[in-house]
Structures are given as C-alpha cells and as structure tokens.
Design a binder for this molecule. Sequence first.
Ligand code: PCA
Length: 325
Amino acid sequence: MKTLIALFGATALTTTAALADGHAQTWDMPLAYSGSNFHSVTAAEFGKCVTTGTGGAINIVTHPSGSLFPGAQIKRAIQTGQVNIGERLLSGHQNENALFGFDSVPFLATSFEDSTKLWDAAKGPLTELLAEQNLTLLYSVPWPPQGLYFRDEVNSVADMAGVKFRSYNNATSRLAELTGMLPVTIEAAEISQAFATGVADSMVSSGATGYDRKVWESLNYFYEVDAWLPRNYIMVNSDAWNGLDDGQKAVMQGCAELAEYAGYWRSVQYTDFTMTGLAEGGMTVGPASETLVNELKVIGETMTAEWLENAGAAGQAIVDAFKAE
Ligand code: PCA
C-alpha cells in the first residue's frame, strides 16, 4: 500500500512537473487586423481547433488589432521567440527581400483563381525563405482584390497629383510615387483616424478593409481596379515548432488546412458583401474609368519590371511557374 501511495505521489508530481515544464503551454498569437476582420475570425477558429485538438496542451490565444504587437513588429517578435505564433501581411517584408512582394505585382494575378495559382508557384520558395529565418509557414489566405479609395472623384492619374496616400507595403508606396501622390505608411488598425484627421485622403486596399474600418465616414469613392490580391500568412517560431510532438504537429497542420480553406472562402464571399456595404455607407462604388485603368496598366508594367529586377532569378521562376499553370 505504501508503495502504491508513493507511486501515486510520484506520478502526480511528474504530471505537475510536466505541465510546468511546458507540456501545457499558452501560445499568444498577435494579429494586426481587427477582431471582426475575416482573417482574424479565421485565426481565432484555428486557435480553438488547435487548443481542442491538443487536449489543451497548446492553448492558442489571439490578440487582434495589433494589441500585442503592431503588424510591422509581428514577424520579429516570432523570430526572436517573444511569441511562438502570429499572422502578418506577407508583402510587409518586401523591404527585406523582394521575393516577399510576389503577390503585390500589379495586374499579375487579379482574380481569386489566379491568386491561388500564383501561391502554388510561390509557396515552395517562400517556405524556404522563411525557414532560413527560423520560421515555419502554416497557412496563407488572400485579401480580396485591391481597389482605389479617394476622398474626391478621380478619373485619371493627373487627378491624383499631390493626394496624400496611405500605403501598407513597398509596392503601395511605389504606386503612390509613380502616380504623383504622397505616400505615408499606416497600419490598417490606424486608418480610420488617419482619414478622419486628414493625414491621408486615399489608399489602395480591399473592400474588406474599407468596410471593417468604416472609411465611408471620411472617403467617398471606391474604384474597383483588381490590381492584385495580397496575402496574410501564419508563421510559427521553428524552435517552438520543433518542440512539438508528432501528434501536436499533425493537429496544427490539420487545423491550418481547415483555416486556409475557410479563410479563402470567407475572402471570396466578403468581396461582394463589402462592395454593397461601402455603397450603403454612402460611397460611390464602381469600376475605374477606362483612362485611369489604361494609365494604371502602364504604371503596372514599370512596377513589374522593377520587381523582376529586384527579385532576380527566384522571382522570375515564380512568374514562369505561375504562367505555365
Ligand atoms: N487590407 C490590408 C492589406 C490588404 C488589404 O486588403 C490593409 O489595407 O492594410
């Protein structure tokens, strides 16, 4: 009996030690976008899936709206192990390596179908690039097609001269420069205030972000341009990933696959819904004028050439693989 009690005591101690030792862990997950945004909703579901699937051993807690780390700091926070997991706009790292901007090349992939094909072509090289930075790619979801928002009516590039433009990556800043606008980089979480205070009067983004941030309170026009579909992705610190057992890795990969699927379809469905929402908010929503579209295509060619030059052979290989599909 004494032996049994001793054994029981020892097991209980081992279990307690194992929990304290990291067998039951909380993984804080910073997100840059608001809790109501479809990427954040998808990430929250992913977190629940992992928490349930691992029997609570990995408890994922999402922190939307850049509340734990603003977008620009999320990747570094994961690389340095301040947190184990998080979500970021992939093209936000374009200034580190041009390859990250493959999804923001104007008019290369302008539909959801083409965005998927482009991702199929880019996923391998991007996974390797992230692995070199101690990051494990879990899943990626596209934003809806990018259009132009303005306070005032715009029918040609000439109408854009001198307009203050909110950018979110290198490509959007470059677009502003080439159209004679004045770029200022602002996180999505901060744009309502930026437009309300006149820090910016325009941006390129999806209907989703304009809708989430209620930009009709300040801006009046949305022009559907379908310039590109940038992607968000979920990454894990590779040391944390390697510390998981095979069962936990399988749960995370399964949940990631579900999230990628659900997120993609949310993005598709949100596209028309938010166009209607922007119009109901009072904005004029519709296609850009033919003149504007043609002028933007010429600027797109310049940006494509610049990107190919910066991204080198690896960039060209992605474009070739995409076109061959
Ligand atoms: N929304 C994000 C990135 C692309 C998009 O549609 C933003 O505007 O910051």
